[in-house]
Design a protein around this ligand. Structure first.
Ligand code: SAH
Length: 362
């Protein structure tokens, strides 16, 4: 048993089963035993890797897309360049390097990183040694300024609640004890107002997930962009609508039982992009686009060819593999999606098109 499993088992024995969201929050962020609180999980030596760790092209293209949006919106100064869940700081470092030639951009920008993990804050500081950076615990303390924000694999790390349809009600997944071991179970079915809109598109026994912490995060983004302007680009795996059990654990690049290694496995769930858009009704969002299509629209092919010119042998092979990994439908290209949000009437970032009527929430 991990130390956190022991702690949670004692808590559950004393006060009863806990929600999946409480379990996930403790596993990821418990100050002494939480997964992110105690380690740098990224990269080859860690448990998983992410798009910015795979290739510099990801950050370069997103950085230039943000900078172009900033220019299209009249180059407001000063502005907040923000990223929740910045990991090792690689994405922001690539954005910062790629945008240095954009006139006025660096002079007007102050970087705001929202990070819960002390270990990763230290890595971010090393990645951005000479940039102006302020760290935050949550998005609520972002300044009252135009906001240009990018998030990659942040929302998938926020704790979820999981519900199984039962008649007109829902059973909630909870974590209890069986023979002293942490075991998932379900509550009795109750009707839930917040899931009333899912009764029309689900059947008995189907699972939907909600992410309570995503709502305040989206509201903080909405408040700044609606009042002061800016844009948010959110990249993650998931889809327009949550359906099915997507709660998963990764240990050492492999799937694992999410209840077997509390505090020592990365726990995530697919992102419900519709719920993110619904939480920010004061903003306009573009059509959900796949990561592959977005990167192609932003010119990854030309950038990849340019970088390939100075590479040979194994380095060239690795570069081409990274390009395929980011864009290929069989790899990250279609599982990962991007959503852009701007103030009503403002232009969307390059690579995004207006949402079709089915995705327009009005
Ligand atoms: N964006 C990075 C890292 C993704 S991992 C990349 O693409 O490589 C998820 C990141 O979110 C980590 O930095 C983790 O510490 C952070 N994180 C997770 N939950 C958080 C929370 N509730 N508040 C702030 N940061 C959080």
């Amino acid at each position: 048993m991990t130390p956190l499993a022991d702690l949670l088992a004692r808590r559950i024995a004393a006060t009863g089963p806990i929600r999946l969201s409480d379990y996930m929050a403790e596993c990821l962020l418990h100050p002494d035993h939480g997964y992110y609180a105690t380690r740098d999980p990224l990269g080859r030596g860690g448990d998983f890797t992410t798009a910015p760790e795979i290739s510099q092209m990801f950050g370069e293209l997103l950085g230039l897309a943000l900078a172009q949006t900033w220019l299209d919106h009249g180059a407001p100064a000063p502005f907040a360049l923000a990223e929740p869940g910045p990991g090792r700081g690689t994405l922001m470092a690539d954005i910062w390097r790629a945008t240095r030639g954009v006139p006025g951009f660096h002079a007007a920008a102050h970087i705001h990183l929202i990070e819960a993990s002390p270990v990763l804050r230290a890595a971010q500081a090393r990645a951005l040694p000479s940039a102006p950076v302020t760290w935050h615990d949550t998005l609520d303390t972002l300044p009252d300024a135009p906001l240009f924000l990018v998030a990659n694999e942040f929302f998938d790390a926020l704790p979820i609640r999981q519900f199984t349809r039962a008649g007109a009600g829902w059973r909630e997944t909870v974590v209890g004890l069986k023979d002293g071991r942490l075991t998932p179970g379900q509550t009795d079915a109750v009707p839930l107002a917040e899931l009333a809109h899912r009764l029309a598109d689900t059947r008995d026994g189907e699972i939907v997930e909600t992410c309570p912490a995503a709502r305040p995060a989206m509201q903080a983004i909405e408040a700044r962009i609606a009042a002061r302007g800016g844009a948010a680009i959110i990249v993650d795996y998931g889809g327009w609508h949550s359906l099915g059990d997507t709660f998963q654990a990764i240990v050492n690049h492999r799937f694992a039982d999410p209840f077997a290694h509390p505090g020592q496995a990365d726990l995530t769930a697919h992102v419900d992009f519709e719920a993110l858009a619904l939480a920010a009704p004061g903003l306009t969002h573009g059509a959900l686009v796949t990561q592959g299509d977005l990167l192609q629209a932003l010119g990854i092919e030309a950038r990849a060819a340019r970088l390939a010119q100075s590479l040979t042998g194994a380095a060239l092979e690795q570069h081409l593999a990274a390009y395929r990994r980011l864009t290929d439908a069989a790899e990250m290209g279609s599982l990962f999606k991007a959503l852009a949000l701007v103030a009503p009437g403002a232009s969307l970032p390059p690579g995004f098109s207006p949402a079709p009527p089915a995705e327009a929430l009005e």
